[in-house]
Design a protein around this ligand. Structure first.
Ligand SMILES: Nc1nc2c(ncn2[C@@H]2O[C@H](COP(=O)(O)OP(=O)(O)O)[C@@H](O)[C@H]2O)c(=O)[nH]1
Ligand SMILES: [Mg+2]
Length: 467
């Protein structure tokens, strides 16, 4: 049985080695920016697809005394073909384990069959020690590729390019902080060419990732559709209210809606390898100030007052009539309102009150035994806009990116017919006219929308992160 492709990631501290590992194996538990030095151990990270290890990367501490090691290697004259044997002789010397612990930890996995990813930010001049490192890596004879991580201004890019191409089969620019799937696939393709032994595996990995993302799109669309339906139709029985909240059932409903959103976000983060970082950032989440039910922000997320009037009116009309209407004159808006769906829009618009100032739009049901569902016409749009924006942010987030994942308010860019459509769905849900056909239509609508947004960003991204 042949082993899966393995690579040691080698380079000086703070060149972005761990960042590259994290992004490539899609795992945010790889520690980044940790003080590195002799105590840091080489650590192996596996990338699994369908429970099978398809790629293994070893994050190494790097060389400490490369020039001394090279001096030892060069003590005797050896033919190029015998250089790997000379490296093995170096490792076999008992005192070298103590004298050169970092070099041994680095060279052992390489000589056991690992390829090499050499990482530099090309900021400093190429030093003699750098040359010694590259020379030693060449002596191993293992498949090797150099990655320039464009972290800062690469003052010495040309010199590094010229030097690296003397020692490595491939020299590429790769940015672990921005690289989304197309860039990683391009990198895997280049890695696949390093040795015939791994060509098939790495080519397959690239294809599997494409298939995985297709499946992910379908799965997340169903997940979001289900979530949206639950939020839009959510009502809470008054009997089960915690004693402290019996006087304010609306607050209780808000809390439940907020929690459900947070739960969805955390679930997605965990599913996609961002679980660790998310949990650390929970307390700092912008959500504290920008929660789903914070109605002051609704206008940023969803629709302005006037538009809302038209759209919520239109949802009650024949869909065809609405499509041609666009932003209609005021008489027409009034007419639309009488056929209006979510009904309550007229009430609060007439009183010129922002919905957040008064909770009247959170009606108790007829028998007063439930609170909810939320009837505000902006609510279904807000729920969807937030979920889609979060999904997109998370989807595009490389695993080396550890900054806070903050939801930023963004006006909905859906076309008016689409907004009407969402509101119609909401009406059907709240009136118990929901069938699996609508559920599928909703999921398809989500999937198409997500795909379009992602495609535009990804095409642009690929030209920046892998060159
Ligand atoms: N701006 C920027 N910062 C980066 C990039 N790659 C790594 N870093 C940062 O550089 C620091 C060191 O990165 P790390 O991956 O731990 O480097 P390592 O010591 O070589 O493993 C961390 O603070 C990273 O966030 C990059 O491409 N751009
Ligand atoms: Mg590191």
């Amino acid at each position: 049985m042949s082993r899966c492709p393995q690579f040691c990631v080698v380079g000086h501290p703070n060149q972005g080695k761990s960042s590259i590992v994290s992004t490539l194996v899609e795992n945010d538990s790889v520690r980044i920016g940790v003080e590195s030095g002799t105590t840091e151990q080489a650590e192996r990270f596996e990338f699994r697809m369908q429970n099978k290890v398809v790629l293994a990367l070893t994050d190494t501490p790097g060389f400490q005394r490369a020039r001394q090691v090279l001096a030892w290697l060069e003590q005797v004259a050896v033919a190029p073909a015998d250089r790997p044997e000379r490296i093995r002789a170096f490792l076999a010397e008992p005192q070298h384990q103590q004298q050169f612990p970092d070099e041994c930890r680095l060279l052992e996995p390489i000589m056991a069959g690992s390829g090499i990813l050499y990482v530099t930010d090309a900021a400093n001049e190429v030093s003699r020690a750098d040359e010694a490192e590259m020379e030693i890596l060449r002596w191993t004879g293992q498949p090797r590729m150099a990655l320039i991580n464009p972290m800062s201004e690469q003052h010495n890019a040309a010199a590094w390019q010229a030097t690296l191409s003397q020692f490595f089969q491939w020299v590429r620019v790769f940015n672990p902080m921005t690289a989304s799937l197309p860039s990683r696939q391009a990198l895997f393709k280049a890695m696949a060419e390093l040795t015939p032994e791994w060509t098939a595996d790495l080519t397959r990995l690239s294809q599997q990732l494409a298939a995985r993302d297709q499946q992910r799109l379908l799965d997340v669309s169903l997940q979001l559709a289900e979530y949206w339906c639950r939020q839009v139709s959510r009502r809470e029985p008054l009997l089960t209210l915690p004693p402290l909240l019996t006087d304010s059932p609306e607050v209780y409903l808000q809390q439940q809606l907020d929690q459900a959103e947070l739960q969805l976000f955390q679930q997605l983060a965990t599913q996609w390898g961002h679980g660790q970082a998310e949990l650390q950032r929970d307390v700092n989440w912008e959500l504290d100030h920008d929660q789903l039910m914070n109605t002051e922000t609704w206008y940023l997320w969803g629709l302005q007052q006037k538009e809302l009037l038209v759209v919520s009116g239109g949802a009650g009309m024949a869909a065809g009539a609405m499509l041609d209407m666009g932003l209609a004159g005021s008489t027409m808006m009034l007419g639309a309102l009488t056929g209006g769906v979510l009904g309550t829009a007229g009430g609060w618009l007439a009183s010129k009150q922002l919905p957040g100032k008064r909770l009247g739009w959170l009606p108790l049901s007829g028998k007063k035994s439930y609170v909810g569902p939320v009837k505000h016409p902006n609510f279904p749009l807000v729920v969807m806009a937030r979920a889609l924006t979060f999904t997109q942010l998370l989807w595009l987030r490389p695993h080396a990116e550890r900054s806070r994942l903050a939801l930023t308010a963004k006006a909905s860019d859906w076309s008016r017919p689409e907004q009407v459509r969402l509101l119609q769905w909401a009406k059907q849900l709240q009136n118990d006219q929901w069938k699996s056909k609508q559920q599928q239509e909703l999921a398809d609508w989500i999937s198409e929308g997500l795909q379009q947004r992602l495609k535009a960003v990804l095409q642009q991204e690929q030209q920046q992160s892998f060159l």
